[in-house]
Design a protein around this ligand. Structure first.
Ligand code: NAG
Ligand code: NAG
Ligand code: NAG
Ligand code: NAG
Ligand code: NAG
Length: 148
């Protein structure tokens, strides 16, 4: 193969990869939070959120956590109203999305159907985790046409 055909092949491959990335981005995803680990106490989800970004409108997040029992820390999912409450772990204005028993089996689903930042956190253990920067993350779904 000579140089120019190699270059054309490379360019063609590049365009193909770009298109397939775009096609993938237009299809809503169902994303398991924390992958196989699920939604766990004392876990840093920031890296996970970065790896799974960008999120898009109509993507669905699935939170899975064990029901209350002797051996597990009870878990829940709260949506905090703004960045400040997220940082300070002020749960007074927060909305309980998934209670302690709703993360069982298929897990608890949240559709990212609005173009706004979603501030997720667990309030268990007196917000100890939240204050430590753990078991919380921000998802900002982008629309397809704008860059995230
Ligand atoms: C998200 O889903 C709703 C309901 O199915 C639809 O009306 C809307 O156009 C979708 N939004 C985007 C950005 O795809
Ligand atoms: C909780 O602990 C009790 C007593 O130790 C035990 O009998 C029971 O099976 C445990 N339940 C669960 C859900 O682990
Ligand atoms: C969680 O919510 C479900 C459904 O709304 C309800 O049936 C259940 O009693 C709640 N569990 C707890 C521990 O609050
Ligand atoms: C997004 O979903 C929530 C929860 O199901 C619902 O209350 C809300 O009206 C929806 N928003 C839009 C823009 O579809
Ligand atoms: C969580 O992970 C992020 C990204 O790796 C890092 O910047 C941050 O300091 C970590 N936070 C904690 C509390 O460990």
């Amino acid at each position: 193969m000579d140089f120019s055909s190699t270059r054309m092949l490379a360019q063609g491959l590049f365009v193909f990869l770009m298109l397939s990335t775009m096609a993938e981005a237009t299809k809503p995803r169902t994303i398991l939070v924390g992958d196989s680990q699920g939604w766990r106490a004392g876990t840093n989800y920031t890296q996970w959120a970065i790896q799974n970004s960008p999120f898009h409108i109509n993507d669905t997040l699935v939170f899975k956590y064990p029901p209350p029992g002797n051996s597990t820390v009870t878990q829940s999912v709260y949506l905090l109203p703004n960045l400040w409450s997220y940082i300070t772990c002020e749960f007074r204005g927060a909305k309980l999305l998934g209670n302690a028993s709703e993360g069982d089996d298929e897990g608890f689903k949240v559709a990212l159907n609005e173009s706004k930042p979603y501030y997720f956190a667990s309030a268990e253990g007196n917000s100890y985790d939240c204050l430590a920067g753990l078991t919380k993350f921000i998802a900002v779904p982008s629309t397809r046409s704008t860059t995230s």
